[in-house]
Design a protein. Structure first.
Length: 157
């Protein structure tokens, strides 16, 4: 009986958990690299460093996501210039006082049908007991850009 239990136990420990997708693993690896870079920079990090990294990441996106990310970057910078661009899990993000307020996730990042503009808990978007923290983006119209500008301004306040 003990021999049976041992063989079943050793077979179970050899089984590998495959719960994360390749895209999720890549995002986690991106975050580790970002943290190493942030640690090396220390207090001499400035907004220009983060912006150049974000713009480089945007430049590497597929055409549809790239166009949307460029427009979002411009809208966010115009609406809340105090937010500092940075990378977060390999995505363009914008932080205030070191805390991420919002981020852009391209559709290709996790192979979804739409890009996402997300807001973290540092965003001041509270409306009663429930409010949206992420928005699906298929394309950006001038009305969408105005709405995003207002959301970002409120989130950064």
């Amino acid at each position: 009986m003990k021999a049976k239990q041992k063989s079943a136990k050793s077979a179970a420990t050899k089984k590998r958990y495959e719960g994360f997708t390749a895209e999720e693993k890549a995002a986690m690896q991106d975050r580790v690299q970002e943290m190493k870079v942030e640690g090396r920079r220390g207090s001499r990090a400035d907004k220009a460093d983060g912006e150049s990294e974000v713009l480089a990441k945007i430049a590497g996106l597929p055409a549809t996501d790239r166009a949307m990310a460029k427009r979002l970057h411009a809208v966010i910078q115009a609406s809340a210039p105090a937010l500092a661009p940075k990378l977060w899990y390999g995505m363009p993000a914008y932080a205030k006082d070191g805390k991420n307020v919002c981020f852009f996730q391209s559709a290709q990042k996790f192979k979804t049908r739409y890009a996402t503009l997300g807001f973290n808990d540092a965003a001041r978007l509270d409306e009663g007991n429930m409010w949206p923290t992420a928005y699906a983006l298929m394309k950006l119209t001038p009305a969408d850009e105005a709405r995003i500008g207002a959301l970002v301004k409120k989130a950064a306040s």
